[in-house]
Write a protein that binds this ligand. Structure first.
Ligand code: ATP
Ligand code: MG
Length: 463
């Protein structure tokens, strides 16, 4: 059983923290860790995944140091269920591979060992060193302040200071089940404070994704971002442009599919980060901050949050479809007004916005294709003549597209009558559907074709 969050606020480590705080202030951060022995903290092995424990014990057996670290420790202390368990050790990735048969080494920027147990992966990282570039250019490459390659190994103390937030730098030592805190993480955890280790601006420049992580953890944990950690974000959001688009996609999914996406959205906008990730959307929102575009995105994210909390499936296709819809819709209207057919207008609009988005956040094809289908089905909901509704309802993407239509109607962009008609149609049996279709008439409504110059007419005459 995991301790409740309420009891976690009355942290059993409180006394130890208080007593040690003054000493710690005197000591340089990281020089002497605060060590909380087993009886004085709330982490129990019963709450740690069996596979993580296997990895920790096995490393210890092989005479390596082995610690649980990162989100696993943080979340256990807060009485939350950890998403995954990360292990830190003094064994090199190659040594880890020798210990575990079910192990794969991954990563270039950071070399890590992944130990596989069916669907569960325990990530094992070797202690990193060299908080200051040590001249070994092959192991730690810095490009314009940004760390592009980083495989210098070090001690646990160095490793702690290389982590991002103080609350993410707590170690649970399998040798004696104690907690080790080099960065005042326990005090911050207790205060609900998110604080970067070291100089915040420098840490963001080293890895700008930390700005997104700050937002993610603030929302996920309900923590306040410490003023010094918060301040540089406003001026550094543009650094996200240097991050690999595939990494940003992964980060976005973590941000928006964790059950607090609406709050994340608001915070990302507040810090100017959202516009870096979705400039076309931000342009629309900035112009019309109170109308349906913002309502649409907010409600879409709230729905996704609800689905995540209810353990229902969510797909990046729908999420990104929501986030990019407004600019797509505007370009769609533009192309329609220019005389393109409905299909062509949607095809052009979607292509244009995706092409703009792709260099920033790489959306894998398996999500961008269904996302574009959801969009392209939207105008088809308006075509209710003949057998079209019957055909549309059997489309494999109907359900997602219909949910999308409901959201549009709910936000005041699509006709609520139309959405209500589709709800009735979807729920009706075959006979009821046939009678509903009788009322829609058989004549196909066509948009006027694009006006083309008639070669037989005079130079200024259009047909
Ligand atoms: P969660 O898994 O709940 O999303 P987490 O804190 O475990 O949160 P991970 O991405 O799993 O986050 O990373 C594990 C740990 O690795 C972090 O807690 C942190 O100590 C360290 N870490 C991850 N990313 C960075 C980074 N960009 N800069 C510095 N340290 C990092
Ligand atoms: Mg983790």
């Amino acid at each position: 059983m995991i301790r409740s969050a309420a009891s976690a606020t009355r942290n059993p480590c409180d006394k130890v923290i208080q007593e040690s705080r003054q000493d710690r202030r005197r000591a340089a951060i990281g020089a002497t860790p605060l060590i909380v022995p087993r009886p004085q903290h709330g982490i129990s092995r019963a709450n740690i995944s069996e596979n993580a424990l296997k990895v920790l014990y096995r490393l210890k057996q092989e005479s390596f140091q082995a610690h649980l670290v990162g989100g696993g420790v943080r979340d256990l202390l807060l009485g939350r269920e950890p998403k995954d368990f990360d292990v830190a050790t003094d064994a090199t990735p190659e040594q880890v591979r020798q210990v575990f048969r079910n192990c794969r080494l991954i990563g270039r920027r950071f070399r890590l060992a992944h130990v596989h147990f069916g669907r569960e992966i325990i990530e094992v990282a070797t202690f990193r060193g060299g908080a200051v570039p040590d001249g070994d250019a092959d192991d730690r490459q810095i490009d314009n302040g940004r760390i592009v390659r980083d495989n210098t190994y070090g001690t646990i103390a160095e490793d702690a200071l290389r982590r991002d937030f103080t609350v993410n730098a707590l170690y649970y030592n399998i040798a004696d089940f104690s907690l080790i805190d080099y960065a005042d993480g326990l005090a911050d955890l207790d205060a609900g404070r998110l604080r970067l280790i070291g100089d915040p601006e420098q840490r963001y420049r080293e890895d700008p994704v930390r700005m997104l992580r700050a937002v993610r953890f603030a929302c996920k944990l309900g923590f306040t971002i410490d003023a010094a950690t918060e301040k540089p974000i406003f001026g550094l959001a543009h650094l996200l442009a240097d991050i690999a688009p595939a990494r940003l996609f992964d980060e976005l999914i973590k941000l928006f599919h964790s059950g607090y996406g609406r709050e994340v959205f608001e915070k990302l906008r507040q810090y100017g980060l959202f516009g870096q990730l979705f400039p076309a959307t931000e342009e629309c929102l900035a112009r019309e901050d109170h109308g349906f575009p913002i309502t649409f995105v907010s409600r879409g994210l709230t729905n996704t949050d609800k689905r995540v909390q209810e353990d229902k499936t969510v797909t990046p296709a729908f999420l990104l479809g929501v986030l990019l819809w407004e600019p797509v819709r505007r370009r769609f209207e533009h192309y329609l007004a220019a005389g393109e057919s409905t299909n062509e207008a949607m095809f052009l609009a979607a292509g244009e916005i995706c092409a703009r988005q792709q260099p920033l956040v790489a959306i894998p094809k398996r999500f961008s294709l269904p996302m574009r289908e959801i969009w392209s089905l939207q105008p088809r909901f308006e075509q209710r003549d003949g057998r079209r509704p019957q055909r549309l309802i059997t489309h494999p993407r109907f359900r997602a597209a219909y949910d999308f239509l409901l959201l549009r109607a709910d936000a005041g962009e699509a006709d609520p009558e139309l959405a209500a008609w589709w709800t009735r149609f979807e729920e009706a049996n075959a006979r009821e559907r046939a009678s509903m279709l009788e009322g829609t008439g058989k004549r196909r409504r066509r948009r006027p074709r694009r006006a083309k110059a008639d070669p037989s007419a005079g130079p200024d005459t259009k047909v």
